[in-house]
Design a protein around this ligand. Structure first.
Ligand code: 4AZ
Length: 257
């Protein structure tokens, strides 16, 4: 598929995966997440809908590009704290945002390098210009297979370019479920175009500023199916939550190890 997503060049250093611990020492991919500081990631609140907010059930994996291969900078960190947005409730997709803190020492969790680096937060008034081309990095899903039972995940991180769409496109498609705290992005005209899907939730919709910096504009949240004509993907509009993110990260008192 020439129009499908590509393998990410060498990973995106802020892409994190949220993993659920199994009964043995295995973990499985639950959601994407995005590194915003040495200890914190943002993700989607709905990622915790199924298994709850007990921190012991989860791990965050950073620096991963190939699943099944231990990459040089790959690390798995335990979770210390999960903060769901207080206006998120499982009956809707509104305010689909959560913060997760890794367990570290003295306010420090990760060393940054070319493979592990935080993304920038948008301005509070950041415009989601229509037709701005932004990028999705996807945890592990190959979408053409995703809607088929027995779906399988890609072994390497994927990325794809999606245009930001006018809010009206999602309002027309999804009605009241689409709020102004969400971003509409994707392709309308053809079937089987680049889109996020199950397993990608919580990961970044990111855009590059003219100064070269990448910002996280959206968090993969929901949509009708994946890659369907006339059904764009819906992303949590991060700019609406910047004050909440800053306040919540500060408010957490860290228990020393
Ligand atoms: C999901 O199930 C999901 N195409 C995420 C994104 C989209 C659809 C579903 C958008 O987590």
């Amino acid at each position: 598929n020439s129009f499908a997503q590509h393998n990410a060049v060498s990973g995106w250093p802020w892409q994190v995966s949220l993993r659920l611990k199994g009964f043995h020492r295995d973990t499985r991919l639950l959601c994407g997440a995005t590194l915003i500081s040495s200890c914190w990631v943002v993700t989607a609140a709905h990622c915790f809908k199924r298994f709850g907010v007990d921190v012991r059930r989860y791990l965050l994996r950073v620096g991963d590009y190939h699943t099944g291969v231990k990459d040089e900078f790959e690390r798995e960190l335990p979770v210390e704290r999960i903060v769901l947005h207080r206006n998120y409730w499982a009956g809707s997709n509104d305010n689909d945002i959560a913060l997760v803190r890794m367990r570290g020492r003295e306010g420090h969790c990760l060393y940054f390098n070319h493979h592990v680096l935080p993304v920038c937060l948008p301005d509070r008034r950041e415009k989601s210009d229509i037709n701005r081309l932004c990028l999705l990095s996807m945890c592990e899903l190959v979408w053409p297979i995703c809607s088929v039972p027995g779906k399988s995940y890609s072994r390497t991180l994927l990325q794809g370019v999606v245009p930001l769409l006018p809010q009206e496109d999602c309002e027309a498609r999804y009605g009241q479920k689409f709020t102004n705290r969400m971003i509409c992005a994707g392709n309308l005209s053809e079937d089987k175009r680049v889109d996020s899907c199950q397993g990608d939730s919580g990961g970044p919709l990111m855009c590059q500023r003219s100064n070269g910096r990448w910002i996280i504009l959206g968090i993969t949240s929901w949509g009708y199916g994946c890659g369907r004509k006339d059904s764009p993907g819906v992303y949590t509009k991060v700019s609406k939550y910047v004050p909440w993110i800053k306040k919540s990260c500060k408010a957490v008192t860290v228990i020393p190890l």
